[in-house]
Write a protein that binds this ligand. Structure first.
Ligand code: CTP
Ligand code: MG
Length: 191
């Protein structure tokens, strides 16, 4: 009984965070070309963001995440028999939440690159912790700032269980997708 509830919670949280995960994946798939920082350096003489953060990745990834979000949020709770009305958004809110989840993910990824550059990490280097969690943490925080009630509802049953799910599954998914991306040649490093 309890195990079943845990599984439901794990599926739900991953389901609703799909737009954030997909935004990141699509950015890597379609990225390249003109960098967002325009090739400019920060006052420390290092790139502001680096060549790994491009307009194509940002825009394409956001669009990919928004499309994912519109499907996921329109379908709503995928597990029948679970009462969770508040998670079903009204009107166009499902589009807005999709935008914030997706853009938030890519914004978090940009923030991480900014921090990595300030710490002297080259583009593409691995920054343990930062690379794995940047997008999902900032995506959640930004969505919480705009749609606090929805995020609070998502985490309402057992906040530690939801957080642990994200903490454990995010790096595994991140790594798994990156290895695939590396093997099929759309990513330069397998991390
Ligand atoms: N990407 C992009 N634009 C973005 C985000 C990602 O073009 N806004 C693409 C880039 O081709 C990038 C790849 O996705 O190389 C993988 O993303 P990520 O691992 O976040 O970038 P890194 O190249 O590792 O650069 P950084 O060290 O700044 O994280
Ligand atoms: Mg990287």
């Amino acid at each position: 009984m309890d195990e079943e509830r845990n599984l439901v919670a794990i599926i739900l949280i991953m389901w609703y965070l799909l737009p954030a995960y997909l935004a990141n994946t699509v950015a890597a798939l379609v990225g390249g070309g003109a960098p967002i920082d325009g090739g400019r350096n920060w006052s420390d003489g290092k790139r502001i963001l680096g060549d790994g953060k491009t307009w194509k990745g940002l825009i394409g990834g956001t669009i990919g995440g928004v499309i994912t979000g519109m499907i996921v949020l329109k379908i709503g709770n995928p597990i029948s028999g679970v009462e969770n009305d508040i998670l079903n958004l009204e009107g166009n809110d499902y589009v807005h939440v999709s935008v914030v989840l997706s853009f938030g993910a890519l914004f978090g990824d940009m923030l991480a690159s900014f921090v990595k550059r300030r710490m002297g990490f080259e583009r593409g280097s691995m920054a343990l912790g930062l690379d794995q969690y940047d997008f999902v943490v900032i995506s959640l925080i930004m969505t919480w700032l705009v749609y606090g009630q929805w995020i609070e509802e998502l985490f309402s049953t057992h906040i530690w269980r939801e957080l642990m799910t994200i903490f454990i599954l995010t790096p595994l998914l991140h790594r798994g997708v990156n290895i695939i991306g590396y093997k099929i040649g759309v990513k330069n490093e397998p991390w």
